[in-house]
Design a protein around this ligand. Structure first.
Ligand code: ADP
Ligand code: ADP
Length: 227
């Protein structure tokens, strides 16, 4: 079973813009996978489709073996998502935001609390658990989105430009955290990034998308040797 399987995925927006052209791509369980490409390449569209925010024009998506159209709940419960924009309620606390997500997925309260504490401590947010989200710095909000995305125990974590606008120290600690959950908890990770350095440091495999086409899909080492 693949963590993510895309088959001839296409998207043409109503405006006529073709954002994705028959993308076929498999990501194996346990991979740390980077999706690179210039602005406008189609990365956010791809992530939008996998997160059910954008309707594909054609093609098939499976998350951990569950077809996203036929079994949306099963597919979504295996998926953790860290979008580019902050999208939480400004007036809820860190703790409420994360626990609400756990509740949405039906996770027992006790288990949710213990996972909450573990993730918040690791992400250096435990001290902030009673702070309302609008008082957090940008870097803290990013880390809160990661905790929220992981709380229900998804096997696949997708992050859209997770370290954009984050200072180097916070970026390094986020990298460490992501490496750890990939290695120790078997969470498959897919991230999009502008930074080749980030993809190089984290990802064992890199795909490059340009003008809606997959133009490269290879292990990081052999890509770097050719650059
Ligand atoms: P869908 O085909 O998924 O229904 P639409 O083509 O209707 O999507 O577009 C969704 C929304 O995004 C529209 O409200 C549209 O105005 C807006 N939109 C249009 N062009 C862009 C763009 N280049 N980037 C972001 N949003 C856009
Ligand atoms: P990336 O994330 O790689 O920058 P996007 O997926 O945002 O790329 O955009 C791919 C193409 O689709 C671009 O030409 C963009 O302007 C267009 N686009 C993105 N969202 C919409 C939308 N909602 N409606 C119409 N066009 C869009």
């Amino acid at each position: 079973m693949k963590a993510l399987s895309l088959h001839q995925l296409s998207k043409t927006y109503k405006s006529g813009v073709v954002a994705l052209r028959e993308i076929t791509l498999d990501v194996e369980q346990g991979e740390f996978f980077g999706l690179l490409g210039p602005n406008g390449a189609g990365k956010s569209t791809l992530i939008g489709i996998v997160s059910s925010l954008v309707t594909p024009s054609g093609g098939r998506i499976e998350v951990m073996g569950h077809d996203l159209m036929a079994k949306p709940w099963e597919a979504k419960s295996q998926l953790g998502l860290v979008p580019q924009e902050f999208n939480f309620n400004n007036f809820e606390t860190v703790e409420q935001i994360v626990l609400n997500q756990a509740g949405y997925y039906g996770m027992p309260r006790k288990e949710a609390r213990s996972r909450l504490e573990r993730f918040l401590r690791e992400l250096d947010l435990w001290e902030k658990r009673h702070a309302v989200s609008r008082t957090l710095s940008g870097g803290m909000k990013r880390r809160l989105m990661i905790a929220r995305a992981l709380i229900h125990g998804p096997k696949l974590l997708i992050l859209d430009e997770p370290t954009a606008g984050v200072d180097i120290e916070v970026r390094r600690s986020m990298w460490q955290f992501l490496r750890r959950i990939n290695r120790d908890e078997g969470v498959t990770i897919i991230l999009t990034t502008h930074y080749l350095e980030e993809a190089e440091s984290l990802c064992r495999r890199i795909a490059i998308i340009d003008e809606g086409r997959l133009i490269e899909d290879t292990d990081t080492q052999s890509l770097l040797e050719r650059l």
